[in-house]
Design a protein around this ligand. Sequence first.
Ligand SMILES: [Fe+2]
Length: 192
Amino acid sequence: MIIDVLRQEHRNIEKLLLVLERELSVFDRTERPDYEVVWAVISYFKVYPDAYHHPQEETVFKKLTARDPAAAAKIGDLAAEHRSSSERLRRVAHAVESVLKDQEVLRQTVDDIIRDFIAHERRHIAMEETDFFPAAVNALRPQDWAEIAMTLTDRKDPLFSEIVEARFELVRKHILQLEQEAEAERRRTAGQ
Ligand SMILES: [Fe+2]
């Protein structure tokens, strides 16, 4: 159940990575991407994974480490990977800021930084789904899942409420809508 939610969150993250990738291909054609869309995706990634998705995974990972240390060791340092993904995101934000401020920054450098972020996120998600989640499903017992569910709902932190998840859902919808509009606009101007 918790794993299903985490998988669903991965699908949501992948949708936004696709949006970012599409805007990046506009940038690569030396056209102007829709920076509102780009910035919305970056803002989403600045909040959602660290505040929401990663802590849940790390709670599951702690249980896995206790139940099956060998399996956890194979996966490595999950928290460190999550930190490195925030670091990559910071580089993305910084690169896009430089472009927006018209600072001298090589197109290729910006492209590399954003592609590195997207590729890393996809690899990380794939690793979690092929190695981490199955290992957790295998090793954790019903009481572990019950305890994890308790810690998640027990938190007074409003970030862990359904209301907040619903708000993130709205943000995602908004970004996807903006992206559709940007694409339609590009098609329209290309056809002129
Ligand atoms: Fe994840």
